[in-house]
Design a protein around this ligand. Structure first.
Ligand code: SF4
Length: 309
């Protein structure tokens, strides 16, 4: 049974439990990468919403050795959630953006750490070299691997406006190159870009359903301090979606999302100190259940209106 009967979705946490037979947590690390959309090779300003502080937990910092970050993160998850096994999540910036020797060393160190069953690698569609792909495919022969690719929007005009520095075509091409290597592929999406309609956003689910995507992460567009988006908000050029609109659209999205696709994230959060807008005043689990409760209210579930299997 892919769909959890209470949550009404195929949650990633339950998928991991089914697959590995115990509670598995992802432990975030900062391995000191940068991003081609920041260092000048693709762009310099980065995506208009990017402030990595907003999506990295405390205690992940490249100046802290990888093993110390792992020890601290695993300790937290063991005691807080009772997790027994761990996936090391290379999260911050672009985690395939280095020579294959550097990547191999970092991934190997993570995998050698006790109770680590695999890695999850966040990257851009235009930053996965053939050598990096071969490395991940090799690791996937013996360990769990998840490749997390940022798409954010399937609309090239939006990708251009938010300064992503890549196109939909590059995303689709990279998904197709990465498929068939025995690892999971996760797509990252954002809803709420200026001038984006719910109807246009929902076309994304049909695209994803037609691709070999195994998992998704979704969050609302939110402005955090120090970003171009925060400046746009101050100038009145960015109006965040309301909580109700977000919840409605995400529930619509989930109803169309095939049950085989696992759901890793349904909202985004940022430290209060740097959060600019929207500020819905909900804790993380309240955000999660705002969406789940909408599915319950409708009597629907993930995939109940999916066109593709
Ligand atoms: S690709 Fe990721 S790390 Fe790079 S600028 Fe955009 S959000 Fe930031």
């Amino acid at each position: 049974m892919l769909i959890h009967h209470e949550l009404r979705i195929n949650s990633y946490g339950h998928y991991l439990r089914r697959r590995f037979g115990c509670r598995v947590s992802k432990v975030n690390v900062d391995a000191g990468f940068t991003c081609p959309n920041r260092d000048g090779s693709k762009g310099t300003g980065g995506c208009i919403y990017c402030n990595n502080v907003s999506f990295s937990p405390k205690d992940t910092d490249a100046i802290i050795p990888l093993e110390d970050q792992l020890a601290h993160g695993m300790e937290y998850h063991r005691h807080r959630l009772g997790s027994e096994k761990f996936i090391v999540y290379f999260q911050k910036y672009t985690n395939t953006y280095a020579s294959v020797d550097v990547l191999a060393d970092l991934y190997r160190r993570a995998l050698e750490y006790p109770d680590v069953i695999g890695i999850s690698v966040g990257t851009r569609p235009d930053a996965l070299s053939g050598a990096a792909l071969e490395l991940l495919a090799e690791i996937a022969k013996t360990h769990y691997v998840c490749l997390e690719l940022g798409l954010q929007s399937m609309d090239d005009a939006i990708l251009s406006r938010i300064n992503r520095g890549h196109t939909l075509e590059e995303f689709v091409g990279t998904v197709q190159r990465a498929a068939g290597h025995n690892f999971d592929i996760c797509a990252h999406l954002i809803y709420g870009f200026p001038d984006e309609t719910s109807a246009n956003f929902l076309k994304t689910v049909d695209l994803l359903a037609s691709l070999p995507i195994d998992s998704i992460k979704l969050h609302q567009l939110h402005a955090v301090a120090g970003t171009e988006l925060a400046e746009m908000y101050r100038r009145g050029e960015f109006t965040p979606v309301t909580l109700q609109e977000y919840v409605t659209t995400v529930a619509d999205f989930l109803e169309r999302l095939p049950a085989r696709v696992t759901v890793q994230r349904l909202y985004g959060s940022a430290p209060l100190a740097i959060s600019v807008a929207p500020r819905w005043g909900l804790k993380n689990n309240q955000m999660w259940f705002a969406v789940i409760n909408e599915l319950r209210r409708r009597g629907s579930w993930q995939g109940c209106r999916a066109v593709h299997g």
